[in-house]
Design a protein around this ligand. Structure first.
Ligand code: IPE
Ligand code: IPE
Ligand code: MG
Length: 245
């Protein structure tokens, strides 16, 4: 249970459609800290606390899949201090949350290129993926060193190898989807971006081709389960036509 938050009363959409898969671009940690005169890393640490709350709220809100953007292929451009600080936060998050996630039924997976991450972090990622592989209550996917163009490039290489090996003759959309980091995952129904920016910053360009988008001015460290619940309530009013009449 999230203190001060009740999923039962939070959503009053009369049972309208709920998004099964929500993806979040968690933006605004730096500004949140800077506004308070604090180092950016304080914002990232606060952001990681929010992740825990949002993950816990998802099953109560009827969300089966949550995909979160934690570090992009472009974020290496930041200062060494910020990048190393973020990597430390990721390691700690996995170490500290592992036991809880395993017992709370969360299946954790990662998307993005792993080779550039430090060995210890790669090992932790592989170990929590293995440990939670049988869980079904919530599918949590964390995008670390993720870029949609990088993913498509790696997927195209895999597809080319399959064609060269004679496994595939004329590739279909499904063949390419099978080569993505997200193979087997449903596409996100709804993509939320916090912090007021209205761009996608290389997040899931293939998978979110038909997703609904919600942009909220709230900075990620201020984003509560109640904010998520309100957004999910509004989702029920959307008319998703997928090109049909
Ligand atoms: C999002 O917050 C977290 C990461 C990109 C790692 P930012 O660090 O981008 O925060 P702002 O956009 O500078 O406020
Ligand atoms: C997107 O946020 C990446 C993550 C949230 C991890 P950024 O802050 O890096 O995106 P831009 O630079 O504003 O587009
Ligand atoms: Mg940002």
């Amino acid at each position: 249970m999230i203190p001060g938050f009740s999923a039962a009363t939070a959503i009053s959409d009369g049972g309208a459609a709920r998004p099964r898969h929500v993806a979040i671009i968690m933006d605004g940690n730096g500004r949140w800290a800077t506004e308070r005169g604090w180092p950016r890393l304080v914002g990232h640490r606060r952001g990681a606390e929010r992740v825990k709350q949002i993950v816990r709220a998802c099953p109560e809100l009827g969300v089966d899949w949550l995909t979160i953007y934690a570090f992009s292929t472009e974020n290496w451009k930041r200062s060494t201090e910020e990048v190393l600080g973020l990597m430390k936060i990721f390691r700690r998050y996995i170490e500290r949350e592992a036991v809880g996630m395993a017992s709370e039924g969360v299946r954790m997976r990662f998307i993005g290129g792993r080779e550039r991450l430090d060995r210890k972090l790669q090992d932790l990622m592989a170990s929590i993926e293995a440990r939670t592989a049988g869980n079904t209550r919530l599918n949590l996917t964390v995008a670390i060193n993720y870029g949609g163009r990088d993913e498509l490039t790696r997927a195209s290489t895999r597809l080319a190898r399959k064609i060269a090996a004679g496994e595939i003759e004329t590739p279909t959309e499904a063949d390419l989807a099978d080569c993505m980091d997200t193979a087997g995952h449903p596409d996100p129904d709804l993509v939320i971006r916090t912090s007021g920016e209205t761009r996608t910053s290389n997040f899931l360009p293939w998978q979110a081709a038909y997703s609904e988008y919600e942009f909220t001015p709230t900075l990620w460290p201020d984003f509560t389960p109640q904010h998520l619940s309100d957004i999910l309530g509004n989702y029920g009013m959307r008319d998703r036509r997928f090109g049909g009449a």
